[in-house]
Design a protein around this ligand. Structure first.
Ligand SMILES: *Cc1c(COP(=O)(O)O)cnc(C)c1O
Length: 408
């Protein structure tokens, strides 16, 4: 079967995920039966007397005392995300980077070694470099993501393997089950940033991973109106993350952002198949364009990668890249500026389709060093009609064909 047609067939997974996103388990009776959850916009919770306060302080992690610790609106989102990832527990953070830094800071000591596998989100790599400079953390990057390459980098000091699959920009897939097994044999903690796939399309904890991180800013929020992060893991692992990073670094989620996220999650099971369908249609169109090469999306994976995809993914989201053959900064700029539906902007995962390029003109030598083609364009496919999106791209190809000579 063609890989792009195989998805969203797993009825059990879909039903459970729909339940998690629904309001079924929300405590409506506690808030007058309101179907939309309240925003408990409070910094602290008053207690009925001093003894009650003292008792609560003994169980700080589970009681409503202070909103840096636990807040009912935030907790409601955390429960849903834990269910979606099939994890024991979740804590939310003020941003995806807040979640990433919390996991790294709680789990790595000076002189510990971390292996970054596959193309990892740039700021996460930058954080690891900072921790190397400031605290003497050691790191290696394994781009090809094969077991042999990873195994070669494991040392007695290796504490963590951190990955993304598909990898940022390249969309390279790594075998999550195999990596988790290799790490477990060496007592190494495995962490994955699962933002691209969302828990609907990939559930790394069920494949043996220890910790899942999300930037909820993208598909989970889904409306480009909030910044949030989440960590999902076991109770045991969360204790260290909660006590140290969540409480002491303090980048926690606000009740209002949590409420927006709650609202976004309701439609996640509706939005993701639409992102997928739209994206596959846009890719079918791009395949017909002679100007296009190297479409980087998992639906275009090699047979070897397709084999892994079938074992670990339930679907594809809508962030991907392609190259304009022989394109340079001018081509990319003309193409982007000819688009109307595709707005120019970073981030992704919202309603509106977005277009950017890593080529900013002044950085072409750096791109070459990273093996990124000068004509690479990144699209985030939104919820609009695919016909409108395709017509927009059609106009952009016409525009670069008409580029004035000398600009090329
Ligand atoms: C955006 C993003 C992040 C960071 O999330 P913020 O909410 O912006 O801090 C982390 N990982 C990936 C893959 C992202 O795309």
């Amino acid at each position: 079967m063609e890989i792009s047609k195989m998805f969203l067939k797993n009825d059990d997974v879909i039903t459970d995920d729909n339940l998690a996103c629904s309001g079924l388990d929300e405590p409506h009776e506690r808030y007058f039966g309101a179907v939309s959850a309240p925003i408990i916009q409070t910094s602290l919770f008053v207690q009925k007397n001093y003894q009650a306060y003292c008792d609560d302080m003994q169980h700080e992690a589970e009681r409503y005392i202070y909103s840096r610790g636990l807040n009912p609106t935030v907790q409601m989102v955390e429960d849903k995300l834990a269910k979606l990832e099939r994890g024991e527990t979740c804590r939310c953070f003020a941003s995806g980077m807040g979640a990433i830094s919390a996991v790294l800071m709680a789990n790595l000591n000076s002189a510990d070694h971390i292996i970054l596998v596959n193309n990892v989100y740039g700021p996460a790599q930058a954080l690891v470099r900072q921790m190397a400079e400031k605290f003497g953390v050691k790191y290696d990057i394994v781009l090809d993501g094969t077991l042999e390459s990873i195994a070669r980098k494991i040392t007695p000091a290796t504490r963590m393997i951190y990955t993304e699959s598909p990898g940022t920009m390249t969309m390279n897939i790594v075998d999550l089950k195999a990596i988790a097994a290799l790490a477990r044999a060496h007592n190494i903690t495995t962490v994955i940033d699962n933002t691209w796939a969302t828990p609907l399309f990939q559930k790394p904890l069920t494949l043996g991973f220890d910790i899942v991180i999300h930037s909820c800013t993208k598909y989970l929020g889904g409306h480009s109106d909030l910044i949030a992060g989440a960590v999902i893991t076991s109770h045991e692992r969360m204790t260290a993350i909660r006590d140290f990073s969540h409480q002491l670094l303090g980048a926690v989620l606000s009740p209002f952002a949590a409420w927006l996220l709650l609202r976004g999650l309701r439609t996640l099971p509706v939005r993701m198949p639409r992102h997928q369908d739209n994206t596959l249609q846009v890719i079918e169109y791009l395949k017909t364009r002679p100007e296009v090469e190297n479409i980087r999306h998992p639906s275009m994976a090699t047979p070897e990668q397709q084999f892994i995809i079938r074992q670990q993914m339930y679907g594809f989201s809508g962030l991907f890249a392609f190259e304009i053959r022989g394109g340079n900064f001018e081509t990319v700029k003309w193409f982007i500026d000819a688009c109307r539906m595709f707005k120019v902007g970073c981030s992704w995962g919202g309603y509106e389709s977005l277009i950017i390029s890593p080529n900013r003109g002044y950085n072409e030598p750096a791109l070459a060093a990273d093996n990124i083609a000068s004509g690479l364009i990144r699209l985030s496919i939104g919820q609009e009609s695919p016909a409108l999106l395709i017509a927009d791209l059609d106009a952009a190809f016409a525009a670069i064909a008409d580029m004035p000579k000398g600009e090329e």
